[in-house]
Design a protein around this ligand. Sequence first.
Ligand SMILES: [Zn+2]
Length: 273
Amino acid sequence: MSDKPINKYIRCSLNGCGCRINPLIWISKKHKIIYLEIAKCGSSSIKKALDISIVKEDYINAYYHRGDLNIANLSKEVIELLSKIKSIEDITEDKLNYELSLGIERGIYCFQPYFNEIDILLEKLPDFLYVSNIRDPVVRFISCFNMFSDDNQPFRKKQRESVGQLVNAGIDNLDFFIESSLKEPNHHFWAYSTFINKIKDVNNKLFINCAEMNQKWDFIKSTLNLPNFPSSAPNIYVNRSKSSINITDLSEIQIAKIESIYKDDLITFKSLI
Ligand SMILES: [Zn+2]
């Protein structure tokens, strides 16, 4: 796939990563909601509740916005779809009747991926509800360590291996993970503050703290005001890891190191909880 994430506020060096297709900005015009997706902060659960998933047509937008999708990483279905497009002009001249900054609607709430600048939305749609999800940056980083070092998550292990930064489970390997994460960033632990600070001044907003998602589900539900929204928080965490290092396993030095990497996220997190 393309060499860079579509979302300009993140960096990711993982081959074939979902961020090459997913712009991490979702809009439901019908329900006036814009969701800024932050990885490893409960986003899989939130997207499940919002009935958001990737569809093959999203590759058309990704193809247009990046133009360098690596065929080797695509499914047969997607290759077939893209083979109908002879050139980017076919899309821009609207032969395909396709909107490039907005993917097609999906799910019961008609969410669409948005491939353009968040500033345009803020200017054009100031009255929409802006939603994002946050998590304690240190806890989030440890969660990433657990995910990428978990033998039961072969896809994640393969992703790290492909950039030469394979990490093993166990606290002994955390220092290596910290160092290698700085060398080979990826969107799962990329700092979120620059992206979500964009919406901190809008009137109508909802920041979902991953740690409180379950107990605040009723509040989240009423704020989103969506018909058919599930009455209880999703209990299936798509990326739950079997590796189980937690913050109490870390030394003060390790915590300080992670806190210094995520100092802006810490400020943002503390200001929003
Ligand atoms: Zn990525």
